[in-house]
Design a protein around this ligand. Structure first.
Ligand SMILES: [Zn+2]
Length: 476
């Protein structure tokens, strides 16, 4: 999605005020002056329509603050200079503030947009990556992999992770503030961390937002998108903000600018476009229902279908937003769930307006396996035989197949047609397979599902229904 934006000039007085800020940041960058107090966003007058936001103070007592625009429930946070040596990120966020002041009418009314240009003011003041105590503020977060010593491009940094997770006021206060934002709203909080530098073309790392948003962002700013959630393989990163976000249902991703120089005006406008695309990405629908576990929402016909057909137990949690099924037909939507892909075809009468993707077939195709080559069987006693595919469903697999179905006739109980509509025809008989956890299972493939029965301990009387949607989204 590309949004065309006219770059309107700021009124002169406003332009002068923000230019002064930008100049100061540029001066800081080249080290010609020290940190100048009294030039913070809160103390200078904010552009009309924006209000100051205070996060806290740094080790040396400098304010960590920014501006807020809009009062909607969906929160999007744009941050710069978590590394003080990356001052061009602070300059970019300041320029974005000035630009968004002129395009406030384009910001959806259900959004609150926050700009925090400088997360590490002490480091910025002396052009240092680290805070005043020598801690890397993107290695000090409470994650599974936090380490006291860290790596950077020059090698090992003793104490770079801090004495403990959140030992630093800058990270502790930002984390608390983000958790508060999250708890104020049923919608996911999305946070962008700007970094530099990643030559020659920059980089977008998807962190905890998922590949679809980060790839769209990357396409608009014309940077490559990394398939890695954080880090870029050059050295091991630990205790990062996006890793922490992922543990707290906050959606964070990182943008590396290509160089340490200020981005061009044209590039700044592309970043503004990309941020607008994030704002529009999940525009609230009036009837949406959101899930903190994945930060995703269901709405409209896909929501009612999900709810009428067993919801969580049948399909699992939503893994993606609703997205266009087909670019040529904008009303056609699809959405991934843990066990299904639901597709909305508005031209069909209900209930045939929602179809289930044939993810069993697709998953086998992804693995390069041809189910036509699976062994065929003859009808067996006590089993359900399908002449269409020459396969039997037996025992625990049959019990599972019959116990799950769509709701087609409005009556309780699950009919053959309802089971067939949900799981589909068997593509294999039950067969032993070693799955990704290294364990061997009895596995039976269906058009829209995979059933699994552990062989050790002894088989149970119902098979498990695999989270094929989750497995396929991992490889998105
Ligand atoms: Zn950085």
């Amino acid at each position: 999605m590309t949004i065309q934006i006219q770059h309107t000039r700021l009124p002169n007085s406003l332009q002068r005020r923000w230019s002064v800020l930008c100049l100061l940041l540029v001066a800081l960058l080249v080290g010609s002056i020290g940190y100048v107090s009294g030039t913070s966003a809160a103390e200078s007058s904010a552009p009309p329509g924006m209000v100051p936001v205070m996060i806290g103070t740094s080790v040396q007592g400098r304010s960590i603050e920014g501006l807020r625009m809009g009062w909607g429930p969906r929160k999007v946070v744009i941050t710069g200079a978590i590394h003080g040596s990356e001052g061009n990120t602070a300059v970019l966020v300041q320029e974005l503030i000035a630009h968004f002041a002129t395009i406030q009418h384009l910001v959806p009314p259900d959004v609150s947009l926050y700009f925090l240009p400088v997360l590490n003011p002490d480091g910025l003041a002396i052009n240092s990556r680290y805070n005043a105590r020598g801690v890397d503020l993107n290695r000090n977060w409470d994650t599974d992999d936090w380490q006291p010593d860290t790596m950077d491009s020059a090698g090992r940094v003793r104490g770079g992770g801090g004495s403990a997770p959140f030992s630093e006021p800058e990270t502790a206060m930002l984390a608390t503030w983000l958790l508060d934002l999250r708890d104020q709203s049923p919608f996911p909080v999305t946070t962008v961390f700007y970094h530099s530098q990643y030559p020659p073309n920059g980089l977008v790392m998807h962190g905890s937002v998922g590949l679809s948003i980060s790839r769209a962002f990357a396409a608009i700013v014309r940077y490559p998108a990394s398939d890695s959630s954080t880090g870029f393989g050059a050295y091991r990163v630990t205790g990062t903000a996006p890793a922490w976000c992922g543990r707290h249902q906050i959606r964070c991703f990182e943008i590396e600018l290509p160089t340490r120089a200020n981005v061009s005006p044209a590039s700044m406008l592309r970043h503004a476009d990309a941020i607008l695309s994030v704002l529009l990405w999940e525009q609230t629908q009036p009837d949406q229902r959101c899930f903190r576990e994945t930060g995703m929402c269901i709405a409209g016909r896909l929501r009612s279908f999900w709810e009428q057909n067993g919801g969580l137990a049948t399909f699992g949690l939503p893994l993606t937003r609703q997205q266009a099924l087909d670019a040529a037909n904008p009303g056609y939507l699809m959405q991934w769930f843990e066990r299904a892909r639901l597709e909305f075809h508005p031209d069909n009468p209900a209930p045939a307006d929602v179809k289930l993707g044939r993810i069993g077939v697709e998953y086998l195709e992804q693995q390069g396996r041809d189910w036509w080559l699976f062994e065929r069987s003859a009808p067996q006693d006590g089993c359900l035989f399908f002449p269409e595919t020459e396969k039997n469903i037996c025992g625990p697999f049959l019990a599972t197949w019959q116990a799950h179905g769509l709701q087609l006739d409005g009556r309780s109980g699950i009919t053959f047609a309802e089971s067939l509509a949900l799981s589909g025809l068997p593509l294999s008989d039950a067969q032993p397979e070693t799955l990704s956890d290294g364990q061997t299972y009895l596995v039976q493939w269906f058009e829209r599902a995979r059933f699994e029965l552990p062989l050790d301990p002894a088989p149970t009387d119902q098979a498990q229904i695999s989270l094929l949607g989750t497995k396929m989204q991992v490889r998105e």
